[in-house]
Design a binder for this molecule. Structure first.
Ligand code: DGL
Length: 272
């Protein structure tokens, strides 16, 4: 049994990389729905439909545990899949998201208790971060801010270009204009760590930037330790396979660049 990692595109690779660093022994199957990306500006219904198709595809290919390495899917589809779909598909399979592990870390990081969340328009509209964080730490003021251009910048590998930096500065200026007391910025989209060098150019030096990968990896390790039956089913060959809904050549060249190692993917069709 492999561990499935799903994202709308390349962003989930930032999560996969950290998971593999912490838990290299397991077998992983990554799926990027690059052909239908970005999810961030799509309706609740469509993100749910696409995410469910992806989860089923990973289950069919031998995954018993799937990480939604995508905030938009975690915000818009995770709860419905966990509560309504899994009991019918297979109550022994599990789907986990990336928002909860991030929320749990935030109160330990911010000192000013003013936190900014940069995310896709879909995640911001769901208000998942402010609603969840309010349950853990009601004293924290959360400003959620949409960055609609940032995922296309990554998916089209415009990282570091003057055009990309213009859109990165624009959103950073705008979130600090909304709350100048922010001391912690959450990159609430798994694509954004790929932009972190540009982001750092435009934030005050003392700002703490939260990338989710290591938090999700740590949380997965704890989850498996708490669920010994599930952990026992995880095969330990240390392999990683890649699936994409785009042409594999296109995926392979960018994924190899982002992961700094050769990637050979297989193209699959999710809408069948
Ligand atoms: N990487 C995804 C996220 O964490 C979604 C990007 C998109 O498809 O808009 O939200």
């Amino acid at each position: 049994m492999k561990i499935g990692v799903f994202d709308s595109g390349y962003g989930g690779l930032t999560i996969l990389k950290e998971i593999k660093k912490r838990l290299p022994q397991y077998d992983y199957l990554y799926l990027g729905d690059n052909a239908r990306n970005p999810y961030g500006s799509r309706s609740f219904e469509l993100v749910y439909e696409f995410t469910l198709q992806a989860v089923k595809a990973l289950f069919e290919r031998g995954c018993h545990l799937v990480i939604l390495a995508c905030n938009t899917a975690s915000a818009k589809a995770l709860r419905s899949i966990q509560q309504n779909d899994l009991p019918h598909i297979d109550p022994n399979k599990r789907v986990l998201g990336v928002i909860r592990p991030t929320i749990e870390a935030i109160p330990h990081i911010t000192l000013s208790r003013h936190v900014g969340v940069l995310a896709t328009p879909g995640t911001v509209l769901s208000r998942s971060y402010s609603i969840e964080l309010n349950k853990f730490a009601p004293d924290i003021k959360v400003t959620e801010h949409p960055c609609p251009m940032w995922v296309p910048i990554v998916e089209n590998n415009e990282i570091g270009s003057p055009g990309a930096d213009y859109f990165i500065k624009k959103e950073i200026d705008s979130i600090f204009n909304r709350d100048s007391k922010i001391d912690t910025l959450v990159l609430g989209c798994t694509h954004y760590p790929l932009l972190v060098d540009s982001i750092k150019k435009f934030v005050p030096e003392s700002t703490k930037i939260i990338c989710q990968g290591s938090l999700v990896a740590e949380s997965l390790e704890c989850y498996l330790a708490r669920h010994a039956d599930l952990q026992a089913q995880c095969s330990q060959g240390g392999s990683t396979k890649f699936l994409t809904t785009e042409h594999s050549n296109k995926f392979d060249s960018l994924a190899s660049f982002f992961l700094d190692k050769t990637v050979e993917s297989e193209t699959i069709n999710l809408s069948d």
